[in-house]
Design a protein. Structure first.
Length: 95
């Protein structure tokens, strides 16, 4: 006689590290100068999506963006990163 035992195992998978986003960018720039803006991301669950707003009516959805300002001033740069679970984190800088 053969006895078969079926077992069911349930796993709860959690993200050990919360999603965190930060902006790497120059502290200042010259009018017309092309600058690299980079979204540094840790935690969360890849893949990530990116939503940049450069404060001059321009946006981007790339992780790494070259951007130049055409008018002198102070600009608020915002970044929102979303992971594959819908988690979000925001970061802001002034340039």
């Amino acid at each position: 006689m053969t006895i078969m035992v079926k077992r069911s195992v349930t796993f709860d998978v959690t993200n050990a590290q919360a999603l965190s986003a930060s902006i790497e960018a120059p502290a200042s720039t010259e009018v017309g100068q092309l600058n690299l803006f980079f979204a540094r991301v840790s935690g969360g669950v890849p893949p990530y999506t990116f939503a940049w707003n450069f404060g001059d009516n321009t946006t981007s959805t790339e992780q790494s963006v070259n951007h130049a300002y055409n008018i002198e001033g102070t600009y608020g740069v915002t970044l929102q990163v979303r992971d594959s679970t819908g988690g979000t984190d925001n970061s802001q800088n002034q340039i």
